[in-house]
Design a protein around this ligand. Structure first.
Ligand code: SAM
Length: 215
């Protein structure tokens, strides 16, 4: 088996175990994404690991858990903004998954990371929009605004409270924060967030905090 066949197999298996099916074209694009991440990481330190298995499961498949979330909610967004996208998570994996059926915007204030995202778009031949600036300066409204591991620091507000207000300004309908495992239930209640708990083998217990703006 070649190295890229092995990576495809790891990613395919990890996604299948967690209820997400990938076709050949999607696997090919994830393979290209992996190579570019590894190449850029040597110089720009975009992510903490270059290990293929970890990138496949901890970044690509984890980002795709939002697919399960949308399915369970019975919600099909046509446009999505990823706030603090970093090296592209979760926005780029979601664009690879949904293709032309989802318009994706990525907001990333770090210049090295936003340059990578712009370069990656051409390399992968896929179409998304990159905003290389602070989310506070962007004036768009998508169906859904998402964030994964976003640590926005406000002087007066808790980071989660700050993230909710930031995301709320960028969406017409839904915000979703990929929240990890340890979340203060009192704060979640105070912010009127709902909790979606993942229940698949690799992500059991992980929470997505969400809110429909009309709620
Ligand atoms: C911890 S990283 C997470 C990156 C990615 N979402 C992931 O899950 O790997 C947080 C990213 O958010 C970006 N960021 C933080 N505050 C931001 C803001 N107000 N507007 C745009 N980007 C922001 C940072 O530059 C950083 O790349």
């Amino acid at each position: 088996m070649t190295q890229s066949e092995e990576f495809n197999q790891i990613l395919k298996n990890c996604c299948e175990r967690n209820g997400i099916a990938l076709d050949e074209k999607q696997l090919y694009l994830f393979g290209l994404y992996l190579k570019e991440l590894q190449k850029w990481n040597k110089v720009h330190n975009l992510i903490s690991t270059e290990n293929e298995r970890e990138i496949a499961c901890r970044h690509f498949c984890d980002s795709l858990t939002l697919v399960k979330f949308f399915e369970e909610l019975g919600y099909k967004p046509h446009s999505l903004v990823d706030v603090g996208s970093g090296a592209g998570f979760p926005g780029v994996p979601l664009k690879i998954y949904y293709g032309d059926t989802l318009e994706v915007c990525l907001i990333e204030s770090n210049t090295k990371k936003s340059s990578f995202l712009t370069y990656l778009k051409t390399k992968l031949g896929i179409n998304y929009r990159v905003y290389p600036t602070l989310a506070q300066k962007v004036e768009i409204k998508c169906d859904v605004a998402v964030a994964r591991a976003l640590e926005v620091k406000g002087k007066k507000k808790h980071p989660l409270e700050y993230a909710v207000s930031l995301l709320s300004g960028l969406t017409k309908s839904l915000i979703a924060i990929m929240g990890g495992k340890n979340i203060d239930p009192l704060l979640v209640k105070k912010l009127n967030l709902k909790v979606f708990e993942l229940n698949t083998p690799n992500f059991r217990g992980l929470k997505i905090l969400y809110k429909f703006l009309e709620d």
